[in-house]
Design a protein around this ligand. Structure first.
Ligand SMILES: [Zn+2]
Length: 164
């Protein structure tokens, strides 16, 4: 079953809209618990849609910190078009500070396009791919070295042959 947003997120109305992806997560301390993965949309009129994601790997702190700051500071009047921000893509991994999800051991970066009937990581990937990537003109996914590598600042582009 596909994951859904906590509230209907408005992709057509100008302004800043904040919601969360509700991820059912039963634990010993919360039998009907859920994780709430933040999704922020900032919109102003017509223009391109840009998706920013961080926390694909939970031990890479720079992206989530930068995108949290961007989500706090960005105002609709600062842009023309739409910005979607997901600071903590693999939220369980970010909470644990681990590269892979502690829930299912999955690597989010190898889980796209996801599976609505798969593990938690595959379900998150499915939602992000269907609902956010497919409505975006540009996707910027922030990575860093995490616990196991040191990265020089760099940009890696994947230009798709089939732009549709
Ligand atoms: Zn990474």
């Amino acid at each position: 079953m596909s994951l859904t947003l906590k509230d209907d997120l408005n992709f057509t109305q100008d302004g800043k809209h904040i919601s969360a992806l509700r991820i059912p997560h039963s634990t010993n301390s919360s039998g009907w618990g859920s994780l709430l993965l933040p999704v922020i949309v900032v919109r102003n009129g017509t223009g391109p849609t840009v998706l920013f994601t961080g926390g694909n790997h939970g031990d890479e702190y720079e992206g989530p910190i930068a995108l949290r700051k961007l989500a706090n500071e960005l105002k609709a009047e600062d842009i023309q078009g739409q910005v979607i921000i997901v600071p903590y893509l693999n939220f369980p991994a970010v909470l644990a500070g681990t590269r892979l999800s502690p829930v299912d051991g999955q690597n989010m970066n190898r889980s796209f396009p996801g599976n609505p009937d798969g593990s938690m990581t595959q379900k998150i990937a499915d939602f992000v791919y269907r609902e956010l990537v497919m409505r975006s003109d540009v996707v910027l996914d922030f990575h860093s070295g995490g616990n196991s590598m040191i990265f020089e600042p760099c940009t890696v582009l994947h230009k798709l042959e089939d732009t549709a």
